[in-house]
Design a protein around this ligand. Sequence first.
Ligand code: NAD
Length: 365
Amino acid sequence: MKKAKILVLAGDGIGPEVMKVSIQVLEQAIRGSGLRLEFEEDLAGGCSIDKHGIPLTEETLKKAKKVDAVLLGAVGGLAWDKLPHEKRPERALLSLRAGLKLFANLRPAKIIPALLSASTLKEEVVEGIDLLVVRELTGGIYFGKPRGVKEIKGGLEKKGFNTEVYSTSEIERIARVAFEAARARRKKVMSVDKANILESSILWREVVTGLGREYPDVQLDHMYVDNCAMQLVRNPKQFDVIVTTNMFGDILSDEAAMLTGSIGMLPSASLGEKKNRFGFPSGMYEPVHGSAPDIAGKGVANPLATILSMSMMVRHSLGKDEVARSMENAVEAALAKDYRTVDIFEEGKKRVGTEEMAEIVSREL
Ligand code: NAD
C-alpha cells in the first residue's frame, strides 16, 4: 500500500502538545496494519500570523488540498485576541473549511463506561450512548443570501435578515454521508428538520426520504428539531446517526457532546467532496476543544480527543476500520484502568499528564 500523506497543523496553545504525543500513538496503532503514513508539518492560526502575518497562507492551503487528510490541533490564544475579526487565528479554520470544501461535519458522542459519572445527566440515561451527529457545514442559513441589516420605516427601525436555503444536491450529498456512516454502525438514520414550518425543510425531508430508498438496509426516521433537542436529554440512546442542517447541527452537536462529559474527550471530522488517493473522502480531523491557553505549556492537557480524531481519520479517510477500533479500545482501556488527565480527574483516580496518558494508551494497543 502506498504511503498516505498527512498534513499536520498543530496550531497554538495545547495544539502542539497533544498533537506530538497523539502521533506517537497513531504510529504505534498502525504497526502491522499495512498502513504507512508520511507526515508533513505546517503552520495555521496564531503561529502562522507570527511568521507570515496571516492565519493561513496560500501555500499551506495548497498543501492541504494535495494530501490524503489533514490533522489540526487547535488555534487561537490571548496574544492574538485583539486583532480584528478577519485577521484572527480562527480564520484559518474557516479558510480550510472553505478551501477544502468540507461540507460534512461528523461529531460522535459515545459514553465511555469509565466516565459515566462525568456526565451531568443521570447514569441510567447516558449509559450506552453511542451516536453520531452529521451536520451539513457549507450551506443553510449561515451562508444563504440575501442576508444583512437594513434600515426600514425611513430609518426609524432596522431589520436583520438571513436566508435558510438548500438545494437538492446539497441535501443529497450530506444525507449520503449519513446513510453510509449508518451502514457501518447500527443502521439507523434520524433526519432532523423543521418541516412543519420551513419550506427548505420540506425539501430536505423529501430528498432524504428519496435517497433512503437506495439504502433499504438502513432504517430512516424523521424528527422535528425541537423534539430532537428534547429527546437528546430524555432518551439519547434511541439515536444512532443524526443528520441535519448547518444551524440545527451546530446546536444539536454541542448538546449531544455534553451528554458524554469533558471537552477534552471529543473528536471531530470534516469531510470534503473530493476523494483522496485511496478513494476515500479527504477530510480534516481535529479535537472539538480549543487551544486552552490557561493550561498550555504545562504538560497536563488531555490528548484523548486528538487521539480519537486520528482514529476517525484512519476510519473515514484511510479506510482502516480495525485500526480505528483498536485506538478507541485502547483509549477506553486506559480510562478503565483509572488514568485521568486534569480535566476528567476525580478523587481516587490516578492523575497523569499529556505524555503519560498517551504512553498508557500506546501500551493498551
Ligand atoms: P478551550 O476549549 O480552549 O478551553 C475551554 C476550557 O476547557 C479551558 O478551561 C481549558 O483548559 C479546558 N480544556 C480544553 N481542552 C482541554 C484538554 N484537551 N485537556 C484539558 N483541558 C482542556 O476554549 P476557550 O477557552 O473558549 O478558547 C481558547 C482559545 O481557543 C480561543 O482563542 C478560541 O478562539 C480558541 N478555540 C479554537 C478552537 C479550534 O481550534 N478548533 C475551538 C474552540 C476555541
